[in-house]
Every structure is written in structure tokens, then in C-alpha cells.
Design a protein around this ligand. Sequence first.
Ligand code: GLC
Length: 735
Amino acid sequence: MERVKLIELLNDMSLEEKIGQLMQLSSNFYEDEAVLTGPAMEFGIGENEIDQAGSTLSIFDPETIKKIQQKAIEKQPHHIPLLFMADIINGYKTIFPIPLAQGCTFQPELAKECAVVSAKEASAGGLHVTFSPMVDLVRDARWGRVMESTGEDKYLNSLFAKAIVEGYQGKQLKDKGSIAACVKHFAAYGAPTAGKEYNNVELSMRSLREDYLPAYQSAIDAGSAMVMTSFNTLDRIPATGNKWLMQDILRNEMGFNGVLISDWAAIEELISQGVAEDKEEAARLAINAGVDIDMATNIYIKHLAGLIQKGTISESQIDKAVLRILTLKNDLGLFENPYKDLNPEEYSRYNLCSSHRELARKAAADSMVLLKNEGILPLKKSGLRIALVGPYTEELHLYGAWSLLGEDKDTVSLRVGMECAGSENKLYCIKGVNLIPDQEFLYGFKGLVTERNPVTSDSFEEAVKAASEADLVIIALGEHAYHSGEGGSKADLRLPKQQRELFEAVSRVNRNCISIIFSGRPLDLRDISEGSKALLQAWFPGSEGGNAIADLLYGKVQPSARLAMTFPYCTGQVPVHYDHFNTGRPFNGDHKNRFQSKYLDIPNEPLYPFGYGLGYTEFGYSEVRLSDTLMKKQDTVTASVVVKNMGEHAGTETVQLYLQDQKASVVRPIRELKGFQRVYLEPGESVEIMFEINEEMLRFYNHNMEYTSEQGAFTIFIGENATTNNQAECYLQLD
Ligand code: GLC
């Protein structure tokens, strides 16, 4: 419908209808009997208000969606259709690796392909919007939601944010297979104090702008139809009631003109955060901040009309919000076709089809980071006696906490993957210990999580015995999927005690240990790394996890992933990130000098740095060559290296470019990722890799908070990860 018609529609709507559009009801309001008991009673609303709602979330069954939409357009006075939204974070029915794993692929285009498939399956199921991508920059592995981010680097996160939005939204929202993206959580939710969920965020304005905002900007520039507010405070003002953040920054400075939705009940939480006296004040703060949709509370529906009557807010504020929502529905083509792509036949044909599974398998293999390999991988295909032990031996929950439609029955376990790939080898599978620590009560998103196939009392000994009789041991360890995700903060990053004990016992009887770690976050893997000959970080790989791991262990696929988030030496080291700052007393390695920036009990270096990862071959780098050592403002300088495959296997290297501003009007990071190129090389093959460097790459917020560059020397690093010292110096001349 043309915009003029939308405006006519808006002008014809009653105030009650308009406010209804700003209310998003959760799925339980659409279950039978909801009106008479339960949620509707609590909300103090009846059938009529429910019929006025503008959107709903977390309804997945296509037939149910169709029925609800039919009723909505019939009952709504202007037959305005509902928006159906949900968390499609890393796949719909075909489950892909968690976003943090996708970040480790260093392949935004691959994440885009996964988003395209996710949107295709979700739209056939009747969904219109996904609450994704989550682009919060993360540096603290204690926070459970690091699994939803693509990592600690603003440049990498910005590339993924753009790619994923484009994957979901396609060329235009009304196209078949497109769904609207909703970038989240605005802003800086990734930096909760002490890594504790929902905690406040204390950031300098410079850090906010320089490190945390770029990825949201990238998603907005890519056309993200929606933005979601974050639970946290910024400068001690909750984001959801923060007019400066949502109007001055998000709308006016970053140019976002789409729909702004609160996070779940975040408007009501303004009360417990202590900035709203009651629901009425919470409504006023949120609508004045420009929050269009109230997710999952009755605050807007119950208080906006009264605020208008009192003259506290104006109806034109409501009109702006409603028009943005009507525009989104129009962009999706819902006025012409309220069911969009809903199609039960295609829904069952698309979900988990072979091409989608192939993509999931590739993405999983390309996301797993080989952290150590002392010549034990890749495995021979025959003649081996392999003991496969640990709680993940046959575990089927290999999908992350936000895989709401992921199912065990659709997932390939490690055991099945290994049996299919290496049938000539003998595999002895014993779980040994439970995945959930015996004394722990773990609650997931839908209640208490129970151990699947609990071990028998002799399983531990059996596992150790099998290991002692095998040529090598694959030990599959990790945290449960619900040890990360929302509400999954942890104060200790080590593996559960019983798993560490199993590892200790097994690695004592057989030194040929290949450890595979399933987790949603970097864990403290010091002891595991020490006692293993090979160490593979598998994350939560999704539907094809077992096949992907087998592809890597048998060398059908070369490991090529690189860490998108630093692995700390131990919990005490977090938050830790590669682009940290020099201090006045940088540690020079000499512990005798007490008065330096270091710890008494651990090293400054992380266990594994950002950008790190191994393949089955080694790559050699020439020194960095520059086309010039002087760069004027309008110039570009070409920095190049020759990379050579020095080993016997083919492989893919991710050549990384970092820049360091040596001196500026503010303290600058010791280096920042500014580019990378993945290159596949056969044994003995070499190639010249070139990066174009320009003045824009050197811009930052100076002491006056102006985004600009400053004249002076800078260092160019090109190498295999964030610790490379392969460098050259250049000078930026501005005058
Ligand atoms: C949750 C999460 C948010 C999610 C929303 C809807 O609380 O913070 O990421 O999209 O609610 O499920």
C-alpha cells in the first residue's frame, strides 16, 4: 500500500486501536482459555484488547499462526494483520553453529548463507521477524550470552552484522523467503559489570562510541528493520528509558528510522531499576525514549491513554510509533497477504533438507577452532582402536540455548559422526560421567534440565579401562547448552569437577588424548590443553555437529577457524581482549620488578589469543612490505606479505591485518584488526597478500571526542593472529 494510504489508515484509527499496535503479547495469550484465566487476568485485559494487539512472539506452529492471523484480521477494526516475531538466532529447524562459533569462521558471507536458510525455513513457517543479529561486543566469558555474539572485535562484528541482516532481509522484505531483522541489544549489553546477567554497564563515552556502537551502526546501515533495547543501564540510566540513547544517538545520529522494541518486560523493569515510581511513569519514560513496542507487559495498553488525557504525552508521539509499525507491516506485504510465505508444504520440504544440512555441516566444520595438535591429527581411517569417552560421546543436545526449535532427533551425535566417517576403525564408546554435575539443578528456558542417559556407577572405571586399551582417546567434554545463553553467567570457567577428574584419569593411562570441547563460551582449558595432544573447540555446532567433527578429525575438511574471542588463562584474567591498552608500566617479562602491570599469580597473556587457530599445515610469512612509508591523507599505502604453505597438507590461512597508532591525544589500543583475507594453499604453494591502508582506518575519538585521525607514526602488523610481530612502520602526514 502507498504511504499516503498508510497515513489515511492511521488517521482513521481510534486511539485504542493505535495503542493496541504498540502492544506485543506473548504466545500464551493465544492459547485457549488464556482470556478467562492466567495471563489475561494478570494483565487485566480481555478478548477485545487481545484482538487489538499489534504483534506476538514465540508462536511457531504454522497452523496456529494461520488461525491466529485469521482471527486478528477479522476482529481488528481495520483488519490490520499481526506481526509474528521469534528468536531465530542460529537457525530455525536446521540448526547452525552458535553465533560465536560463526564469528570464528571469519566468513561473514557464510553466516549470510546460514541466515538466508534460517529465513527461508522461518518464513515458510509463518514468521515475519527474527530477534537477531545480536551484535553486542563481548570481552567477559563469565557472561553466558557471549555465545550469541560474533565476538570481541568491532570490525569483525560489523562485517557479520551487515551480512546477517542482509541474509535475513534479502533485497526487500516482501520478497519470498525474507524476514525482518531486529538488531540487539541496544546498547552495550555485552559489558555487564562482573559478567553478571542483567547487570549495569559502566563505560566511558569513548568506549561506547569506539568499541560498542559500530556493529549496531553496521546493522542499521544494512537496513535492519528493527532494533531491540537492552536490559542494562548506560551511565546509570536504563537503556529502555534512555531518551538520549534512543533518540539523540540511535535515531538522530545513527539514522535509524525503523521500529524500536523493548526487550522482554524491560519497560516494567524500569520500576525495579529504580527510575520509575510505577507503571505509569515507566510508560512515560519508554514512550518519551521512543520505544515503539512494549514486549510482554500491559504497561502501554494500560497507561498511554491516561498519559495523553493528562497531557503528559501527546497523541502524535503514539502516531509516530504506530506509523513505523504499520510501515513495517506494509514493507513485509502483510496488507496484501497477511500470511506472507506461510506454506505448510514448503515448511516440511525445506526444514532440514539435504542442502540445508550440508550448509550446517560446512558451517560447523569451519567454525571449530583447532587449538592444539601435536601430530596426532588427522586420524588414519583404519586400523585404529579409538576410545570415545566423556559426556558428549553420544549427546544429542549439540545446539545452543537459543535453538528454540532444535531437536535431538534431528542432530548427529559425535559417536554417529565418527562411526559413519571411520568405519574401518574400532570405536569403543563409554560416557564415563554425566554432563550435568551430579549435585547441580540446572534450569533451562523451559524448566529443570535432566541428564539424558545417566551413567552407571562403573562407567567412570569402564571409560578409563577402554582408554588404557586403545591406541588413542577422543574425550568429549564441555558445559551443557544451558550453562550459557540468557541467565547463564558463571563465576568459574573451568569444566565441571567430575569431567576434570575423568580427563585426569584417562590422560594418565593414555597420553594420546584428543580433547573436544563443547561450550557457549571460552572456558579455562589450561589443564585440558596441557594433557592433550590435540584440542578442538567445537562450541555448539548444531544439527550436523557429529559429522562436522568427524570431517575435521579425519581430514576430509581442513580446520580453518580462528578465535573470535580470547581464551583466558583463567577466570581471574577476564575481561580480557587483544585490543587492550598500554599502561604506564607495561610488563617487560621480568617478575623481579614488582611494580609493573601484571599479576603475581598468572601471566598477562591469555591461553589462546584472538585470531588464533591451527590447521593441518604450517604457513610461512615474509616480512611486511610497504609501497611507501609515508601516507598523506588522501593516499593509500599497500602493505603486502608473501604467505607460503610449508607443510604436507593443503590448508586455509586467515591472514590478519592490525594497525597500531603509536601516539595520539588519547591512549590507543596496542593494535586493532583492520582487515583479513582467507587464502587456500596447496603444499608448497605461496601467494602475495595485499592490503590497502588509508587514513580512514586510523580514525578514532580524539581528546575532544571528534572522530578523526592524527598525524604520526603507526605500525602495520600482518600475521596469523593478534600476537604477530611481523610488522612495518608508516607515517601519516596530514599537514
Ligand atoms: C529475552 C532476550 C532477547 C530475546 C527476547 C525475546 O529476554 O533478552 O534477546 O530476543 O527476550 O525472547
